[in-house]
Design a protein around this ligand. Structure first.
Ligand SMILES: [Zn+2]
Length: 215
């Protein structure tokens, strides 16, 4: 049984790894951003409440996020993968005590230094026609392979908003590494490596969790 939390800074490749883990283990993957959007679209009571905060660009309060997460998790006894939640220590503590929901069994912590993330972002280009993002290789022409459009550098705004998000991550989310370390379920992953290598490393931990769990 896998109940996994994936932690990592913004732009560290968490989304890619989540997709791979959830298809490998065949477990559902919760992105709080996605279910929040869905609740808002459906105009559910939670969605309407959340909308008020989103309209102001404010953080959606913990109680709202928690009731959404609790509803989602309690319907998935087969296991799950969380990405983007918990984001704060208060949320992590609440997750340990959610009614009808078992505790996480494994926390994968992607570690990528801020400087590496910034230089990764600076090497990234976006197609001005189809919007595809690519990492520019050395000597590569700045033309989209898919549609022939021009590849353009992301604006400074993108980097600036990343820096703000990283600061929040450092302040609010990074303390969760210690929180889960103390619970003995944290595995640190070197996220500076290529996505395939990162995934191989993650797989090792999933296999050893399986063996451990069955012993
Ligand atoms: Zn294109």
């Amino acid at each position: 049984m896998h109940r996994i939390v994936l932690l990592g800074p913004p732009a560290s490749g968490k989304g890619t790894q989540s997709d791979r883990i959830s298809s490998l283990l065949n477990i559902p993957h919760l992105s709080t951003g996605n279910i929040l959007r869905k609740e808002v679209e459906n105009g559910s009571p939670i969605g309407l409440e959340a909308q008020k905060y989103l309209d102001r660009g404010a953080y959606v309060p913990d109680e709202l996020i928690l009731s959404m997460v609790q509803a989602w998790l309690s319907e998935r006894p087969e296991g799950w993968l969380l990405d983007g939640f918990p984001r704060t220590k208060a949320q992590a503590e609440a997750l340990q005590n959610l009614s009808g929901v078992d505790k996480p069994t494994l926390v994968l912590g992607l570690e990528v230094p801020k400087e590496a993330l910034i230089s990764r972002m600076e090497g990234r280009r976006e197609c001005s026609s189809c919007g595809k993002t690519v990492s520019l290789k050395e000597g590569q022409e700045e033309i989209c392979e898919d549609c022939g459009g021009n590849l353009v550098k992301r604006s400074d705004d993108v980097i600036d908003s990343f820096k703000v998000r990283y600061q929040n991550y450092e302040k609010l989310t990074l303390p969760l590494f210690d929180f889960y370390q103390e619970k003995g379920i944290l595995e640190r992953i070197d996220g500076t490596q290529a996505p395939d290598v990162v995934f191989e490393q993650i797989k090792q931990h999933l296999v050893s969790e399986q063996v451990h769990g069955e012993a």
